[in-house]
Design a protein around this ligand. Structure first.
Ligand SMILES: [Zn+2]
Length: 430
């Protein structure tokens, strides 16, 4: 070992998209695109949404402002490098000067990638996160992208991250850079009205976990400093500004998650959840997530035959938010000892009475609060509930090891044997 001293980070920054919130606000997207100077826009969506109200309102709003709006509806749910490349080709051929994404995280992430490679053409792996890609910084500004989420989950409208499945090696990876961030998130509660019950639960838990993980992530000043400012990662670790957003998002998501799954007509709860997704997005987009997310990628990637209620039944799927949540109670039981105060604070934000709680109770209190919400919303009982058993653990661990970009933000380092135990602990909760 050399005697080199690691210089620790001393700075943090907040990047955020503009946010416009309100029922019916999708109608203003033409005005906003025009303000941004776009004359020809690619409208990105997925095949399920082609004929939906959010898409038709968006197209109409753009065209009524004289913007040439071209629809691309071939986004794959849980996108891959192949589906990204299809969108990139469409974007490159179309010579667009603006982008509008109407859909969930898959749609928004695909639009980010299309915008990036059409604006700064490069070999596909150039900007992809290491170790799979080269992780080169994006050279400059992209064309304006407005994101119109139709699920209250990823918060992708406020983050500079685009996640996809790299098919060759069957691993989730992504592109992360602040330049990828949409210029505006248009948050319209009317757009989530058709979300099925289980989709509302999964996306709601994704919001909650984004906020809980960013609040409990390794603090920014315990991370190595970047060699030059341009290399400071988007995921900086917990910091005083991201804490503010995470705190409020935890309260809002935990107060509304049961309501949004019980009644899709509960406009107030849906509005709150959508806003919570954006707040959590600003928090984790600047702080990062850690183990529950890092461990979720192989869980989703190794799905065998599980088809969640209310999702298309043509292919097995463990939705992103579900795979994150199934790991989360085990993760917080493990990470609490690194920072019991923060874990107790988080449990308190979820409504748990933490007065008089001892530091060693922190992990259990937070895990129990999550498990209680999982039971009330009909989530599967741990990884066993979606078809995994102890025999799958070595492969689940192998699939987590490449997710260093997020797992290194765990407040308590997790090596291979820790990960193994975490997956075993996540098998069954009640
Ligand atoms: Zn997530």
């Amino acid at each position: 070992m050399g005697g080199e001293i690691v210089r620790l980070e001393t700075a943090f920054m907040l990047d955020a998209s503009s946010i416009k919130y309100g029922p019916g606000v999708t109608r203003e997207v033409g005005y906003d695109m025009k303000q941004l100077g776009a004359r020809r826009a690619m409208v990105v969506t997925d095949p399920n949404l082609t004929n939906s109200e959010p898409v038709s309102i968006t197209l109409e709003a753009l065209r009524s402002e004289g913007i040439d709006a071209v629809l691309f509806d071939r986004v794959r749910i849980e996108p891959t490098d192949v589906s990204f490349k299809e969108a990139i080709q469409f974007a490159t051929d179309g010579r667009f000067d603006g982008y509008v994404a109407v859909g969930g995280g898959s749609v928004m992430d695909t639009a980010k990638a299309a915008n990036l490679y059409a604006t700064y053409p490069a070999d596909f792996l150039t900007y992809v996160n290491p170790p799979i890609g080269q992780g080169r910084p994006i050279p400059g500004r992209l064309k304006p992208l407005i994101a119109v989420p139709t699920t209250a989950g990823t918060g992708s409208e406020t983050t500079g991250v685009a996640i996809f499945d790299f098919l060759e090696i069957h691993a989730k990876t992504g592109i992360a850079h602040r330049a990828l961030r949409p210029v505006m998130g248009v948050i319209d509660p009317n757009n989530t009205r058709t979300l099925p019950r289980m989709a509302a639960a999964c996306t709601g838990f994704d919001v909650l976990c984004h906020a809980l993980e960013s609040l409990t992530a390794l603090p920014y000043h315990q991370r190595p400093a970047p060699a030059v400012p341009g290399l400071r990662p988007a995921y900086q670790g917990a910091n005083p500004i991201s804490d503010v957003w995470a705190t409020r998002a935890i309260q809002m998501a935990s107060q509304n998650i049961v309501r949004v799954t019980e009644a899709s007509s509960d406009d107030e709860a849906r509005g709150q959840m959508l806003l919570a997704a954006a707040l959590a997005g600003i928090g984790f987009g600047n702080a990062g997530v850690h183990l529950a997310h890092g461990m979720s990628y192989p869980v989703s990637g190794m799905v065998r035959d599980y088809v969640p209620e209310g999702y298309p039944s043509d292919h097995p799927l463990i939705p992103h938010g579900m795979s994150v949540t199934l790991n989360a109670p085990a993760v917080f039981r493990f990470t609490a000892q690194a920072n019991p105060e923060r874990h107790l604070y988080a449990a308190g934000l979820m409504g748990v009475d933490v007065s008089g709680a001892a530091p060693e109770d922190a992990g259990e209190l937070l895990a129990s609060a999550l498990i209680s919400l999982m039971r009330r919303t009909g989530m599967p009982n741990g990884l066993r509930g979606v078809g995994f058993g102890p025999d799958d653990v070595p492969q689940l661990v192998a699939g987590t090891l490449p997710q260093q970009r997020v797992t290194k933000l765990s407040p308590r380092p997790a090596d291979e044997s820790d990960l193994k135990q975490l997956f075993l602990d996540a098998m069954m909760y009640w």
